[in-house]
Design a protein around this ligand. Sequence first.
Ligand code: FCB
Length: 446
Amino acid sequence: MAATPRLPDFAWGVATSAFQIEGATVEDGRGPSVWDTYTGTPGKIRDGHTAATACDHYHRYSEDIALMRDLGIDVYRFSIGWPRVRPGGTGPANGAGLDFYERLVDGLLDAGITPMATLYHWDLPQPLEDAGGWLDRDTPHRLAEYAAICAERLGDRVRHWITLNEPFEHMALGYALGQHAPGHTLLLDALPVAHHQLLGHGLATSALRAAGAPHVMLTNSYTPAVPFTGNENDLTAAEVYDVLHRRLFTDPVLLGRYPDLSALGLESLPFVKDGDLEAIAQPLDGLGVNYYNPTRVAAAPSESPLPFEIVEFDHVKTTDFDWPVIPSGLTQTLVELTEDYGTALPPLWVTENGCSYSVEPAADGSIPDQDRIDYLAAHVKAVDNAIAQGADVRGYLVWSLLDNFEWAEGYHQCFGLVHVDSETQDRTPKASFDWYREHIVQSRRP
Ligand code: FCB
């Protein structure tokens, strides 16, 4: 086994998540997750796609590591599947599941790539959902136990850990709006899910530290809230959105307190118990920033159950997912975090950034995804601009290595630097793969 490589001052990488690429959902003792249940429910996923095979990464991980070695990245962010490692959510660990991540990590180290493991990328074991999921105060403790299991087996080789991926999206899409697993539609009653995930982050961080983990982060999604107009009601709505999306998931972690949530109709937070904020506000080695686009926010129409409305940007280029392409929003995100959190802010890592464009192979086999190259080039420049304005950014990771299972969209959104043929599972690097490899080489030239 090779030693963990030292990361350069600025690291380049790619990111994936377990459920989106692994497949093998019923192999080697893996149990069901909320996403297996959700994808098995008619009408939830576009065209009824499932992740039963996904990119078959569970069997093809060596091929994928070879691609990453060829790409020349420093760091690979993947997630560990909780239902693979501890299928019941409680009870015994599954040795065969841990063996898989051990093989993956050893392969990465042999290829000179630093593993960065996310513990939780939305694939809650179904038995924990049956017991209340993230609405229940026990789930954070289960996450901490699972963190300890992972660190015990992999902690001598994995030095970079991320506790949670995007707790805002998981709460909003999974528990408030019913667009993701587990599919609840609780609107603002989903807020305990924010607190319990944050508590889970804090307890898992302590568990990782107890096992000697030297580098621990939380990954949030960030999006500048852009007021629809300069009118006061729109300005207020944008501030409320910023509190819900950004401050709610950042203030407790970095400042040890919740922001004022009265604009959301919450004067008190009965689910916050004594000692919780101390448990949440653990010192971190970095903050993961996932950035795709800003969000345009208007005052809510009357009768709306939410105190804001999301509206589209006018005259802006969009990706195949209809997400607006606004690279300056990444600069703004990184600079505002730096200004707003000051000395409380650890170094920043762009742990996801990328775009959905479907480009089929041309007759000569090449995949000329120029739109992705333009997107990535502009966003890498946006990171440079943020650094020039004082942001301490240590890495940039493209979402994603492979075209993969994009949640409720199934295989319709293609974020990969590498095309995956869903019939044959053949991998074909796209033009953006070559562009990124060359960009990494150039950035290292003195
Ligand atoms: C992020 C998710 C990731 C992927 C990208 C497109 O919100 O973390 O799994 O789906 O969006």
